[in-house]
Design a protein around this ligand. Structure first.
Ligand code: F6R
Length: 343
């Protein structure tokens, strides 16, 4: 049986909304995102800095794009998760307000804050209040396809953030790289499904603590949030080298309850790679398992997107092992309900 068949057999009975198929369609999402961005015929947003405002699944694209661009960034590309832009935001910054639903209050607040700053705004959404406001204000919109959980639109959010960087003059346009990454992911999907099953076995019932550095830092966070939202399970993310200056000491009390996942990449600083290896060795006696994952792919974009897809598949496999439907996120909905609308 192929990797995808085996993963479908595990996930299928618990996945009535078909989230696995949506994750496996990430290569198509990437191509569709490029097409939608091109069709939006966006003009230059030349600016001193670029900011992506969003929350959760709509914010991660900003962090992933900044990591994929790496040292090709010539100006700041910042992801803002919250109600306000940083107080030092340069006037005339290029600001992408990204909200899948278009109704996230923090992102709507940043949309207004960006106007007050005299920012050049851009919106990525399926609709909601954000689309209505953009229409009213003549702000360009990258229209996203409706009908998936916001966190499943990661490829769209990644492409929108990368486009913002290009429009702001903060980095080269990486469309060709994204297109090649889509082909890479398509070709690798069987392998990734296999690997996700192996990883789910290795994590088992332990709480994963996922470490990233440089390119893999936002991926570690993505894995954590996908395990949280799809698996309804605790998971934590942390970054190297910082964790080697404090967090590793805490593993002494872990008593085999946590699984250590180290996300590695060939482009990481050689000392970061060395630290990752040494961290795994030191933690091993206290962890249920130490799992090292190396990204494959020719470009930073291919490697980061491959790891994102792998983490998404892993989260679905973990959900299935616990008999959990990955789609509903009742805790998040309940919290939004409890807060009500802002005054
Ligand atoms: C839900 C998810 C959440 C949302 C977040 C913001 O699938 O991943 O993290 O992305 O609550 O909502 P949107 O994306 O609609 O702005």
């Amino acid at each position: 049986m192929s990797g995808i068949e085996r993963l479908s057999k595990l996930v299928g009975p618990h996945d009535p909304s078909g989230l696995l198929a949506v994750v496996l369609a990430i290569p198509d999402h990437l191509r569709d995102a490029l097409w939608r961005i091109e069709s939006a015929r966006l003009g230059s947003l030349e600016a001193p800095a670029a900011m992506v405002c969003g929350m959760g699944g709509s914010a991660i694209g900003g962090s992933l794009a900044a990591a994929a661009l790496g040292d090709r960034l010539t100006k700041p590309l910042l992801t803002v998760r919250g109600y306000e832009l940083p107080p030092w935001s340069p006037a005339g910054s290029a600001v992408l307000c990204s909200s899948y639903s278009g109704d996230t209050e923090e992102t709507l607040a940043c949309y207004s804050a960006a106007e007050a700053l005299g920012a050049k705004r851009l919106v990525a959404t399926t609709g909601g209040e954000l689309a209505a406001a953009a229409r009213r204000d003549g702000v360009p919109v990258i229209g996203l396809p409706a009908g998936m959980p916001p966190r499943a639109a990661v490829a769209y959010m990644f492409c929108a953030a990368a486009e913002l960087a290009a429009l702001a003059g903060a980095a080269v346009r990486i469309n060709t790289e994204v297109d090649a990454a889509a082909a890479h992911l398509q070709a690798r999907s069987e392998t990734l499904a296999d690997r996700a099953l192996e990883l789910a076995d290795a994590v088992g019932d332990a709480v994963p603590v996922i470490y990233g550095a440089d390119l893999t830092e936002p991926v570690a966070y993505r894995w954590k949030t996908q395990v949280n939202e799809n698996g309804k399970l605790p998971a934590y993310a942390s970054s190297l080298p910082e964790a080697t200056h404090n967090e590793i000491a805490g593993w002494e009390g872990a008593q085999g309850r946590l699984a250590c996942v180290l996300l590695e990449d060939s482009d990481q600083h050689p000392r970061e790679r060395r630290r990752s290896q040494a961290t795994g060795e030191l933690i091993a006696p206290h962890a249920s398992e130490v799992i090292r994952v190396e990204a494959e792919g020719e470009t930073r974009t291919a490697r980061i997107l491959e790891l994102v897809m792998l983490g998404d598949l892993l989260s679905l496999a973990l959900a299935a092992r616990h008999g959990i439907d990955p789609s509903p996120i009742e805790a998040i909905d309940a919290l939004k309900e409890r807060l009500g609308r802002p005054a």
